[in-house]
Structure formats: C-alpha cells, structure tokens
Design a protein around this ligand. Sequence first.
Ligand code: NDP
Length: 380
Amino acid sequence: MKKIIILGATGSIGRNCLEVIRANPRRFKLVGISANRNIGRCEKILGQFRPKIAAISHPASFMRLKKAAHGRTSILAGEEGILEMIESLEADTIVSAIAGSAGLLPTLASIKKGVRIAIANKEPMVMAGRLITAAAKKSGASLLPIDSEHSAVFQCLNGEPEKRLKKIILTASGGPFLNTAYKKLEKVTPAMALKHPRWKMGAKITIDSATLMNKGLEVIEARWLFGVPPEKIQVLVHPQSIVHSMVEFEDTSVMAQMGMPDMKVPIAYALSYPDRLPAPCGSLDLLKEKKLEFFPPDTKRFPCLSLAYEALAKGGTMPAVLNAANEAAVEAFLEGRAGFLDIPKLVEQAISKASLRSDNKLENIIKAHKEGGELVRTLL
Ligand code: NDP
C-alpha cells in the first residue's frame, strides 16, 4: 500500500489523481491533501478518503474546514501549514499539482524527503529546474512526470541508452485558436480562450495552451527533467492529441507514445511506475481516428513559444522572469485588464528589461520572480 500526498487536491489534476486512488484502494492510500480555498471540495475529500492531514492556504477558509473535519483529520493553515504537512507526514509519493509558482516551496520541501515526486506543477521546474534537479539528486527523490508530453518522453526513454537520444519531439494540440487569423486574436475573450478543444484543465494552463506558452514552459521543463539542451527539443503541432510526444535516437528510430487524451493515464503511470494499472478510460481505436496530422508551430501568431526558448537561451533566472511575467499577464487577461495579444507583448518586454542572475540560489529565483511580476504590473 503506497501512501500518497496530493498537493493541489481540489484542482483538475488533483481530482483525476483522486479517481485513480479511488479505483485502486488496495494499492494507494491518501494520507494528506492541500488546497487553497475550495472548502466544499475539501470536505468531500475528507469524507471519502479520511486523510490524516489537510493543509489549506487561504486563512479565512481554515476555521470552516476545521469544523467540518470533526477532529478526524488535522487541519493546518497557510503556506507554512502545507510545508508542515509535507515534513511531518510519512509518504511514498507526493503529487505536486498546485497551480503556478505557489508550488515552488512545497515542491522543494517534498523533494527534500527523498521520496517519489509525481510532477504536474511545471512552473517550479521552469523557475528553478537546476535547483530542483540538484536537490533531487542530493536527497534521492525520483521525479516522475505527470504532464502527458513528459510522461510520453519518459516512457519512450524507458530502458533506452540515453546517450543515444538525438532529440525530443513535444507535441502540442495547438489550442482553440490553431486556425484563427492574427487579426481575430485581438478580439479573443477569456470565455473563448477557456474552451480547450481536447483537454479539461485549470484556468491558468488553459490560457497558456491557447497562447502556446504552455508548450514553451514544457520545453523548459523537458530541458531539466531529461537533461537535454534546448536545441534538441522540437515542438510539433498535432491537433488530434493522440501522439503525446516522441523521441528520436541516433539511429533515426523514432519512438512515440500514443493513447486517449485522458490525464488519468499519465497520473496512474506516475503513481504505479514501473507497473501499469488497468485502463481508467476506453482504449485508443486508431480506425476511428481518421488522420494524425503534424505541423510546425506558428510562432508569428503565437510568439510565447519563441519567448520561452529565448529565456532558456539567456539562462540563469530568466525562465523565472518569463514565468512570473506570464502569470501576471494571464491574471490580467482573465480579469479583463489586458487583451489576449498583450500576453506575449508583456512577457517580451519583461524578459528584455529584467536583470539576469545566476539560478543556483533560491533567493535569486525569488527576486527574479518578483521582478518579472512587477515589470508586467508596471507596464499594465
Ligand atoms: P487547477 O487550477 O485546476 O488547480 C490548482 C490547485 O492548486 C487547486 O487545488 C488549488 O486550490 C491549488 N492552489 C491554487 N493556488 C494556490 C495557492 N496560492 N496556494 C496553494 N494552493 C493553491 O490547476 P490544474 O490542476 O489544471 O493544474 C495544476 C498544475 O498541473 C499546473 O501547474 C498545470 O500546469 C499542471 N498541469 C495540469 C494539467 C491538467 O490537465 N490540468 C496537465 C499537465 C500539467 P483551490 O481549488 O482550493 O483553489
């Protein structure tokens, strides 16, 4: 029986993860959860899974959850509460599924425990990939990707000689505006951008998918998870989202991982690796898929992907600046304070103005994060 903590249990990844645990009660036991403010969902999770500890970030929500827990689950409050839960609970796997940069310190605290970390929360990898991979090496923590693309790459590399890897090919659905003319992108509203054609996800990642910033963040995540330089990471648009990603080896053989677009599949794999669990969804029927298409990404209409490569090339803390600027710009877009096309413009200005620091100190990463967000807020 593997003991699991889910950070971000009330979110889209968190809920899928709970379904995997519910379907495999003899293999997994939920011992801890964190959330921000979704008390209703927390109460349901407490009732169904009875974890030992629940940590809730939002201070006002703490007392309500404490009452609802009837003393059966210990309730901790604030970011310190999340860190305390991670430190005090014994666990085999910690699922990192908080949205955005708020997951940085919890991810680092999880890694210190030297257990398996199932990583969905890509932003900390973007901000602090060097620091995180070094910390994992030191503690012995294993980093298993949940992101479908990185899970695909991980599966393609399984048992292969890594020195023979020629390139990683990350696929992208292209998002809801794959075929929308640039002029029309000016008029995109949050409601339009929140309708992803293939995946049901949290708001921030859905907007990132629409701008292609999500793919840029994934390029940076892949750089650190697989130790591959950016010039060996290619992106192809594949609207059907059936080929989750590919790897080419020196002998030109290309390995691809395919499957139905359902996040429960990579989540179950990250929890059960090296085993595989019975399918949580229907099988892929290739005869029903009329075609599988691949296109180069259009970085003129969607410059965020190029901006991510640029930040990675600048190195140091620039990916942290990129991430913070993007978070601030997406927040402004969702609140109606910026247009869809302002997102790449704001990020571009932030990475051209920000100072470059070395990325092997946490304090530098936090400074860069603050600077990136402040630059965008000033520009707005
Ligand atoms: P959601 O927005 O659906 O969920 C986010 C979770 O984080 C919720 O539990 C939320 O709590 C919690 N949270 C939000 N803000 C804070 C905060 N400041 N402090 C502590 N907890 C917080 O996001 P997703 O599940 O879609 O995404 C989570 C991560 O996984 C992201 O980094 C995303 O890029 C990545 N990912 C997601 C995929 C998907 O299919 N959704 C696919 C691949 C990667 P509450 O609900 O209480 O507000």
